[in-house]
Design a protein around this ligand. Structure first.
Ligand code: ASP
Ligand code: MG
Length: 456
């Protein structure tokens, strides 16, 4: 086995679901680790599809038959990988998989008797627990000293199931104690997405949270680099499904990338850059399928700072307008509005105000079937003011640099789309973006036109 050197810099490598979907994919990732000995800590997602199965399994209305089918399907995804390993390794892994799936069956049963968000998290965590065990063995199969590590020993969180908050201080202390020493001569493979609360219960950080786990771990072990390996060759100037003119960006600053992650580019979990920025850890985003194609470097200082870097699009936005004549020359009204929103844990994206009204936008997390702005929220706001709610809107964010002092924005951006109704504009709070809302039906053509005019 080739062991890693103890003095060189450390890279944390995170592989997403498609990168660990099957044996070939895992093998490509294992070779990425092998080819660069700075890769010492590996954070994996669940194999593609597994978390979606688990989400279904954790729901209230699953029949016993469906439970069986789901657990079997998950097993199939995993043993299709282990069958490519040496037979003794395969046998050992399959035994571990079976015992994990037995545990999973127990949780599913518990959940169908009494549904709790605690059991939901216990169920959701199995994807990463399975994939990380298997990936450690795939590493070993090509001569890398891979070792499984249970992240719950270090990723201590509060008990907010489904979106648990990590205790950064405990994470750092536990990592120094339990994880850092192992990195000297092993490549440690651990789970993204999952944590543990103070009572020892499993928690999760929210869908797509493995990126964030990897960034937190990079921070906690004083990592020098974070690599996010996914299925695209970096961050693009816009969604390539909207225009074939979209191209990968070589370098992008933390500030710009954070705006992109927040406003639509689904490549990175929006919280990922927070630890990276805190510790100035450069982040690389690339495709584990085509590592030779390079990717995007996200860092503090980049060589060029163009006015326009990219365009992000986020669909299914909800616009809430609150209006109250009492707001005229009054103070405290907004505080009351925000108290209601905070109580329901609603996070506001864009805000514009006039003398007596305020317009606020909210994201609908992808896959959610329900509007976040429930009748209860509306009713509570109506105690304070008139409320109107609009759906069917998309948020377009033009990302770049110096946008608060750039000249000609009106012409470059808005003249290009002067046949489109713009429902709301936000400009001025950040030098890195200009956001506006358009009708869902206009969104693609707006992005295409803007991309043509700003980037070609
Ligand atoms: N497996 C989890 C999910 O699918 C976490 C992740 O992949 O980042 O959401
Ligand atoms: Mg992801």
């Amino acid at each position: 086995m080739n062991s890693v050197q103890s003095t060189s810099s450390i890279t944390v490598a995170k592989f997403g679901g498609t990168s660990v979907a099957d044996f070939q994919a895992m093998l490509r990732c294992a070779n990425i680790i092998k080819n660069d000995t700075r890769n010492r800590l590996v954070v994996v997602s669940a194999s593609a599809g597994v978390t979606n199965y688990l989400v279904r399994l954790s729901q209230q209305n699953v029949t016993v038959n469906e439970q069986k089918d789901i657990i079997e399907s998950i097993g199939v995804i995993q043993v299709n990988i282990t069958q490519h390993l040496a037979s003794d390794v395969e046998a050992d892994l399959n035994q571990q998989i079976n015992s994990l799936l037995d545990e999973l069956t127990q949780h599913a049963l518990t959940q169908s008797l009494q549904y709790t968000s605690k059991t939901t998290d216990a169920i959701l965590a199995f994807g990463e627990q399975l994939s990380s065990r298997i990936f450690a063995q795939v590493l070993q199969s090509i001569g890398v000293a891979g070792e499984y590590f249970n992240v719950q020993q270090v990723m201590k969180t509060n008990s907010l199931h489904g979106k648990a908050m990590v205790d950064i201080k405990q994470l750092s202390e536990q990592c120094s104690l339990l994880l850092a020493p192992k990195l000297l001569d092993k490549v440690i493979v651990t789970q993204g997405f999952i944590g543990q609360d103070s009572q020892g219960h499993t928690t999760t950080l929210g869908r797509g949270g493995s990126d964030y786990s990897a960034a937190l771990l990079a921070e906690a072990i004083n990592g020098d680099n974070l690599s996010i390996w996914t299925d695209v060759v970096g961050i693009f100037t816009t969604d390539p499904r909207i225009t074939d003119q979209a191209r990968a960006i070589k370098e992008i600053s933390f500030g710009e990338a954070a705006e992109m992650a927040t406003f639509g580019a689904k490549i990175l979990h929006p919280a990922t850059l927070i630890p990276a920025i805190r510790r100035n850890i450069p982040v690389f985003v690339g495709s584990s399928k085509e590592p030779e194609k390079g990717g995007t470097q996200i860092k503090q200082k980049v060589e060029s700072n163009p006015t326009y870097r990219s365009i992000a699009l986020r669909r299914e936005q909800t616009l809430v307008t609150v209006k109250s004549p009492a707001m005229l020359h009054a103070s405290g009204f907004l505080a009351k509005v925000f108290t209601v929103l905070a109580k329901h844990e609603l996070s506001v994206d864009l805000i514009t105000t006039s003398e007596i009204s305020v317009a606020l936008t909210f994201d609908n997390p992808s896959g959610s079937t329900q509007s976040l702005i429930t009748n209860t929220v509306v009713a509570e706001l109506e105690q304070l003011c008139e409320v109107s709610v609009e759906h069917g809107l998309s948020l377009v964010a033009v990302i770049g640099n110096g946008l608060t002092c750039a000249k000609g924005i009106g012409q470059s951006i808005f003249e290009t789309i002067n046949d489109i109704n713009i429902r709301l504009i936000c400009h001025g709070a950040s030098a890195n973006n200009i956001c506006f809302l358009v009708a869902e039906a206009d969104a693609n053509s707006v992005v295409e036109k803007l991309h043509n005019s700003l980037f070609s």
